[in-house]
Design a protein around this ligand. Sequence first.
Ligand SMILES: CC(C)(COP(=O)(O)OP(=O)(O)OC[C@H]1O[C@@H](n2cnc3c(N)ncnc32)[C@H](O)[C@@H]1OP(=O)(O)O)[C@@H](O)C(=O)NCCC(=O)NCCS
Length: 209
Amino acid sequence: MKQNDIVIRKEASADYAAVEHLTREAFWNVYRPGCLEHYVVHVLRRDPAFVPELDLVMERSGQLIGHILYMRAHITADDGREIPMMTFGPLSIRPDLQRQGLGKYLLDRSMERAAELGAGALCIEGNPDFYGKSGFAAAWTRGIRCHGDPEQAMSPYVLLKELRPGFLDGVTGVYHTPQGYYVDEAAAEAFDQNFPPKTKAVLPGQLFP
Ligand SMILES: CC(C)(COP(=O)(O)OP(=O)(O)OC[C@H]1O[C@@H](n2cnc3c(N)ncnc32)[C@H](O)[C@@H]1OP(=O)(O)O)[C@@H](O)C(=O)NCCC(=O)NCCS
């Protein structure tokens, strides 16, 4: 992958529509027929947990090719402490450019910026085959579980990475996905009407009906 013509910069309001379009294209029919993630992006920008410094677009030759955003989150430790950390997503790469290293590149650069901003750790529910390449490991191996999961859950999809080594030493507990991610599906459907019509399909590998 050539990197010298790639620019990663903060999203500007002038990018909003293009980023939502890119997100819709990237996620369409991947996890469910259609997708909600373009609406999630739309909603999260106004969420108090949103991190504007880590709302990043990736461009190549001036063309939008990727986007990622970060949210403040926390772990409720079993000893009662609340440990601030971050999560991220949606993460989108333009469909015709996927599987060329661009998603990993954007994720890795954005994590460097998150570390600079002081984030000590990241949790994400996602594909271990992709996130494992960027240093994420199953959270249960560190004694961290997702809110709502049973205490002994060993989900391979709840993933954790320390950005500051040792940040979670001595911490076990529950990771809380920020509420903002749980969008109203009817509102997402209504939002989608602002976009060009696109056919929903039931495909193998989808997680939701
Ligand atoms: C997931 C996504 C961001 C990955 O970006 P990408 O540019 O396609 O992936 P990369 O080429 O950087 O992949 C990096 C590594 O992860 C692996 N990987 C990427 N996507 C994968 C997938 N869906 N399943 C398994 N492995 C995957 C690649 O094989 C690659 O490993 P390699 O370098 O050893 O070959 C992108 O495909 C995308 O936008 N997908 C649709 C939306 C989505 O699922 N977003 C993530 C959930 S929030």
